[in-house]
Design a protein around this ligand. Structure first.
Ligand code: FAD
Ligand code: DHB
Length: 392
């Protein structure tokens, strides 16, 4: 097989890049190691920045998002038995966020891709990227029991944290920055209307909890749990009791309960690979960087990488200019480090220390008090949460 841009990974980054390139008239192909059913059901993100919504419009993939997405104007911070609202439009000059599940974005993009191309192969596992320094890099992959090759002008690794594209970067000249947090999230999906209109981020001595949603009838909730937690140790009643205790406030408020339809544990980590380009191989999304989910930045960063990359490749094939492509890594990493810092701040401010450090507890409360007392501090949180502008 041969194509102009070979894309490894059919998650949100790879699928969106394929659509943006297709609409710009640039030939590409997507290799995805899993089945269509698997990628469409994998429960993950749900909070979209305005820039992500704009990118889905640019890609012609926003019809369902426009009718089913829930526009939110703020979040609630809960701590010390109190509730405090952060009003995004008032603090950011009108910015909002949208709740629409990653599973639905993937379904929308897969349907478009299968309807009018470019090629998207499921159960096509990339094995290696060869000759990324040359004019003609090649992806070796396995499909339908056979080993095959995809010859490309450019290869983009959108193959997530466990992908193989990063392996083709030379050790000399590459560097990874990583941090593992001493806790994980237990996430559930439940058939019950959300008990709130906007997301609730709750901090308490029992640990962090997040109330999110997927639709007016489906809730998505997360609990801080110790690393190594087995979801099997958390029967539904135990989860609901713990969530109710962590969201409790000194006012009348009840957490609605309902059947739990999915349950999984996610470790919390930061991981950044520098640089994001080597020769004709580029990385985008989780393949290059992971942030802890407290700031809701992972999917949004994947989308902003891909937006920049689509513009860079469109510039190259439209006008012959390599200017943006040459700055791709630098421009993405500037945003990535800001998002990593914001996600780290949110994570440290809201999670209970496993060792119960009393000083750290007071620091968390002082940070939260500052945000709720100072318009300037709240505006800083709102600016990052709703998304920094694309550097173009
Ligand atoms: P992925 O979604 O990981 O996609 C990579 C794809 O590559 C996969 O389909 C994989 O099967 C495929 N692949 C891997 N190896 C190969 C190979 N060798 N060959 C071919 N294909 C391969 N982000 C937010 O912005 N907001 C949130 O609210 C949010 N909440 C989250 C909550 C949780 C519990 C978790 C776990 C994550 C959350 N995130 C959130 C992060 C977000 O889900 C990820 O950042 C996002 O999925 C990144 O997309 P991606 O396309 O880069 O990678
Ligand atoms: C969701 C996940 C997050 O990590 C977050 O910060 C906000 C929302 C979600 O899955 O809806």
């Amino acid at each position: 097989m041969r194509t102009t841009v070979g894309i490894i990974g059919g998650g949100p980054a790879g699928l969106l890049l394929a659509r943006l390139l297709y609409r710009a008239g640039i030939d590409c192909a997507v290799l995805e190691s899993r089945t269509r059913e698997y990628v469409e059901q994998r429960q993950r993100a749900g909070m979209l920045e305005q820039g992500t919504v704009d990118a889905l419009h640019e890609a012609g993939a926003a019809d369902r998002l426009d009718t089913e997405g829930l526009v939110h104007h703020g979040i609630e911070l809960r701590f010390a038995g109190e509730r405090h609202r952060i009003d995004f439009p008032a603090l950011t000059g009108g910015r909002t966020v949208t709740i629409y599940a990653q599973t639905e974005i993937v379904k929308d993009l897969v349907a478009l891709q299968l309807a009018d191309g470019p090629p998207l192969l499921f159960e096509a596992e990339a094995l290696s990227v060869e000759k990324p320094e040359s004019e003609q890099p090649v992806v070796r992959f396995r499909h339908e029991g056979r080993e095959r090759t995809l010859a490309c002008d450019w290869v983009v690794g959108c193959d997530g944290f466990h992908g193989i594209a990063r392996d083709a970067f030379p050790a000399a000249g590459s560097r990874t920055y990583a941090h593992d947090y001493p806790y994980s999230w237990l996430g559930i999906l439940a058939d019950v209307p959300p008990s709130c209109d906007e997301l609730i981020y709750a901090r308490g001595e029992r640990g962090f909890a997040l109330h999110s949603m997927r639709s007016p009838s489906v809730s998505r909730l997360y609990l801080q749990v110790p690393n190594g937690t087995d979801p099997g140790d958390w029967p539904d009643d135990r989860i609901w009791d713990e969530l109710a205790a962590r969201f409790a406030i000194d006012a009348d408020w009840t957490l609605g309960r309902g059947p739990v339809t999915a349950k999984s544990v996610t470790p919390m980590r930061s991981h950044v690979h520098e640089p994001m380009r080597h020769g004709r191989l580029l990385l985008a999304g989780d393949a290059a960087h992971i942030v802890p989910p407290t700031g809701a930045k992972g999917l949004n960063l994947a989308v902003s990488d891909v937006r920049l990359l689509a513009r860079a490749l469109t510039g190259l094939y439209g006008t012959g200019s390599t200017q943006l492509l040459d700055r791709y890594s630098e421009l993405c990493l500037a945003r990535v480090w800001q998002a990593t810092r914001f996600s780290d701040d949110m994570t440290r401010m809201l999670h209970a220390q496993p060792n119960g450090d009393a000083f750290e507890n007071r620091m968390q409360l002082a940070r939260l008090r500052r945000i709720t007392a100072s318009r300037h501090a709240a505006a800083e949180l709102a600016a990052h949460y709703t998304g920094l502008p694309l550097p173009l």
